[in-house]
Design a protein around this ligand. Structure first.
Ligand SMILES: [Zn+2]
Ligand SMILES: [Zn+2]
Length: 93
């Protein structure tokens, strides 16, 4: 797990800016669904975030946001490499 402020090994897949590990950067719909009554910080997870507000992609295999990603030439897919489980995935843009 990265520490707060750590820079990602790859720039943002969407805009090319550097990405930094950020606390509660992503609103997580699965966690939100599990949280009854709402109003909880548990609906947010840590992730890499760039200056333009883009966040790193979720690993579809283990759910970690400790990932490096890049878009394919037509940006219809992202290639996601997960630092937590080591898997290499392709996800829809
Ligand atoms: Zn970006
Ligand atoms: Zn993973």
């Amino acid at each position: 797990m990265p520490r707060l402020g750590d820079i990602s090994t790859r720039p943002c897949a969407d805009c090319g800016e550097s990405m930094y590990w950020t606390e509660a950067a992503v609103r997580h719909p699965d966690l939100l669904a599990r949280t009854s009554g709402g109003g909880s910080d548990a609906a947010f997870v840590d992730a890499y975030r760039c200056a333009n507000g883009h966040t790193s992609k979720e690993c579809p295999l283990c759910g970690s946001y400790d990932t490096a990603a890049w878009a394919d030439s037509e940006a219809r897919h992202y290639h996601v490499i997960c630092a937590a489980c080591g898997n290499d995935s392709v996800v829809q843009a």
